[in-house]
Design a protein around this ligand. Structure first.
Ligand SMILES: [Zn+2]
Length: 295
């Protein structure tokens, strides 16, 4: 699932293509996952200008000229793509749309041009420059939500870990107030926004902390290391355009820089000990047993 760095990359790539554009029509083929209802959202978006494209947690946010917002959550397999007429592309449809070169990576700027006819189209935005933005989602877990009150719609979400205001003292407070294992705690979007399985494992490795450690047992130095680990790995991942895992999010190169996630059995880059896979809070978790000892 795309996490903060992947969604941030998508947002940055979308921005020059969407900001200032007016939505002529919005149509969802997927009323169940569109809130507060397909017809209401279509009516509300019609004629609205997208003034800004931003991110909150793992949501792509379109801010509209009337103060309302559209939140898009990609979940497991959602992608934003451009629908380009075949005649314009001048190339025959290629088999295997899921090959997905360029998606999210931004090396071609913006959402990718689909190869051939786009598949699993769940929603369509017709823009005033004749282009058509698609939301494609094979597994249908994605969500589109229209709101007039972004603050209220995102009230449940924890702080942004890259925000200037997110100081080590903030993290210390969040951890001390809960008695939970670090891994499930960091995955909880109500505690900190934007982290998923990959960057939680990587942040804990950088901090030298075992993922089953209870959050209220960290001393100030350990909190400081975790704070730095979270911010450093997210910043590096954004610079790397995120992590390519499979066709869901191609285009990033952070996978070459991961220390533990997906490296089971491979030597730790710090000490050479083989990376171990555990299950903590029902989530696959990767650690170096030497660099992240259980206390
Ligand atoms: Zn190690």
């Amino acid at each position: 699932m795309p996490e903060l760095p992947e969604v941030e990359t998508i947002v940055r790539n979308c921005r020059p293509h969407l900001e200032g554009r007016r939505i002529l029509r919005f149509k969802t083929h997927w009323p169940k996952n569109t809130a507060p209802g397909a017809a209401t959202v279509a009516r509300a978006l019609s004629g609205r200008k997208i003034v800004q494209v931003t991110r909150r947690a793992k949501f792509v946010v379109f801010q509209l000229d009337d103060g309302a917002c559209l939140l898009i959550h990609l979940r497991m397999s959602g992608r934003l793509e451009w629908d380009e007429p075949q005649s314009k592309a001048g190339v025959p449809a290629r088999p295997g749309t899921h090959g997905g070169d360029g998606h999210g990576g931004g090396r071609r700027g913006g959402p990718p041009h689909s190869n051939g006819s786009p598949r699993h189209v769940r929603a369509v935005w017709d823009l005033d420059n004749g282009r058509r933005l698609l939301f494609c989602d094979a597994r249908k877990f994605g969500r589109i939500r229209y709101t007039r009150d972004l603050a209220a719609a995102t009230r449940e979400l924890g702080p942004e870990p890259l925000a200037r205001a997110f100081a080590p003292a903030c993290l210390e407070k969040l951890l001390a107030a809960r008695r939970r294992q670090l891994k499930p705690l960091l995955l909880d979007q109500r505690v900190i926004a934007g982290l998923g399985n990959i960057y939680t494992d990587e942040a804990l490795f950088r901090a030298g902390l075992h993922p089953a450690t209870s959050s209220h047992r960290l001393d100030r130095e350990q909190v400081r290391r975790l704070h730095r680990g979270i911010r450093d790995v997210l910043r590096l991942a954004i610079r790397s355009h995120g992590t390519t895992i499979d066709w869901i999010y191609p285009g990033g190169w952070m996978q070459r820089r991961l220390n533990v996630y997906g490296r089971t059995g491979q030597p730790c880059r710090t000490c050479g000990t083989p990376i171990v896979a555990l299950r903590i809070g029902q989530r696959g978790t990767h650690i170096c047993p030497r660099c992240q000892p259980k206390r």
